[in-house]
Design a protein around this ligand. Sequence first.
Ligand SMILES: [Fe+2]
Length: 201
Amino acid sequence: MGATIEAIADLLQRQGAKQYGNEAVSQLDHALQCAHLAEAAGETVETIVAALLHDLGHLLRADAEPAEPGQKQRDDLHQFIALPFLRPLFSDAVLEPIRLHVDAKRHLCRTDASYLAQLSPASIRSLELQGGVFSAQQAIEFMNHPHAATALRLRRYDDRAKTPGTPTPPLAHYVALMHQVASKVHKSEIAGKSLQSAHTN
Ligand SMILES: [Fe+2]
């Protein structure tokens, strides 16, 4: 199950018009605002793309199955759903902050009392479904991950990317960045293959 960048853009356009949880912005607005905050903070192109796509799992799920009663009573594991879809296109620098962005919330709730205090009731409910606040040991294990710090920054952009009417660049701007990142992966694969054949020749 692999994606093309055109399919990702199409999904963001079609399913992105839906409301982002209980927030006053659409899924597409949320994605664009998150990417824009990452870009304004001077993040790498990979992190900007991760910010754009961090909730793509919600959209893939919405595409695959209509909402069912009681769906909010369980964790939708959206941080994992998009990974097989995105893996043929992007490196771990994009995939890992996406995979870790829910754990980043669990970590921030442990390490930053003000972060926990400002969570909305809906966010506290989803925190419980996602496994709750990290234990001390879980927090240590999380920070040992090479992409943990990026995931924590992404989480802060995620939390701020909910302001109705915030101007952002259009989706086309981020489609170009996705192509830039994907072509880097493609070039390193080609370089890897030619290195391999040089060794075997
Ligand atoms: Fe989000």
